[in-house]
Design a protein around this ligand. Structure first.
Ligand code: E4P
Length: 215
C-alpha cells in the first residue's frame, strides 16, 4: 500500500520524504489556506520533492471553472493529479480531463455509489473520507471494504485512496482491506513508527551492551 502525505507544509513534507516512505502527496483548499505562499509555487515544490503523484484541488464548483482550473493545475508538473469534488460537475470534469490525458482524483466521496460513478468516468484516484464518516457515527472503514470489492468485481482501474485518516488503526485496516493508498497528516505518519516495546527494547539492549563493556 502506498503512503501519501496530506499537507501543504513543505517543512513537514521534507522531513518525511527524507525517511524514504512517502509515495505521493495530497492537498485541499483548507490545507493550502494554512500556508502563506502562492498555492501554485507550493504545489510545484511538493512535486519536485515527492517525485510522485501530487493532488491539487480545484475550487470552482461549475464544470467550466473546474476544467479551466484543472487544465491550469496540470501545467504545473507531470506529477500533478487534478482533484475535483464529487458531484455532477465533478464527474463530468473527471471524464473530460481524463480524456485529455490528465489524471483526476475524485474527492469528498462518502458512499460506494459515488465511488462507482467516479470509476465509471475513469478517475485515477477516488478519495473516500473515513475520518469524517467516523465523526458522524458511521463506519468509515466499511466503505473502504465496499469500494475495494466493487472495483475488484468489475476490474476498474481507479485506485482507492483512503483519505481523512486519523490514526494508525485506519492505516492498518486500509492495508488489510487492500486499499491502494492511504493519505495521512504528517502526525499520523509519525505515529506509524511508535511502539512502547520498541523503545523499551532498545533501551534494554543498550544498557546490557554498556554493562558488558565494563566487564
Ligand atoms: C484528502 O485528500 C483530504 O485532503 C483529507 O484527507 C481530508 O482530511 P480531514 O477530514 O482530516 O480534513
Amino acid at each position: 500500500m502506498k503512503l501519501f502525505v496530506d499537507t501543504g507544509n513543505i517543512a513537514d513534507i521534507k522531513k518525511l520524504v527524507a525517511l524514504g516512505i512517502v509515495d505521493g502527496a495530497t492537498t485541499n483548499p483548507s490545507l493550502m489556506a494554512k500556508e502563506t505562499r502562492n498555492p501554485r509555487d507550493i504545489l510545484k515544490e511538493i512535486c519536485d520533492l515527492v517525485q510522485g503523484p501530487v493532488s491539487g484541488e480545484v475550487v470552482a464548483t461549475d464544470l467550466d471553472g473546474m476544467l479551466r482550473e484543472g487544465r491550469e493545475l496540470a501545467t504545473i508538473s507531470e506529477h500533478i493529479v487534478v482533484k475535483v469534488p464529487f458531484g455532477p460537475a465533478g464527474v463530468q470534469a473527471c471524464k473530460t480531463l481524463t480524456s485529455e490525458g490528465t489524471r483526476v482524483n475524485v474527492t469528498l466521496v462518502f458512499s460506494a455509489a459515488q465511488a462507482l460513478l467516479a470509476a465509471k468516468v475513469g478517475a485515477y484516484f477516488v478519495s473516500p473520507f473515513v475520518g469524517r464518516l467516523d465523526d458522524i457515527g458511521a463506519e468509515g472503514m466499511e466503505l473502504i471494504g465496499d469500494i475495494v470489492q466493487i472495483y475488484e468485481n468489475y476490474e476498474f482501474g481507479t485506485q482507492v485512496l483512503v483519505a481523512s485518516t486519523r490514526s494508525t488503526l485506519h492505516i492498518v485496516q486500509a492495508a488489510k482491506l487492500g486499499a491502494d493508498i492511504c493519505t495521512c497528516p504528517p502526525a499520523v505518519i509519525e505515529g506509524l513508527f511508535k511502539h512502547p516495546l520498541t523503545d523499551s527494547g532498545l533501551e534494554r539492549f543498550l544498557k546490557d551492551w554498556e554493562k558488558a563493556q565494563q566487564k
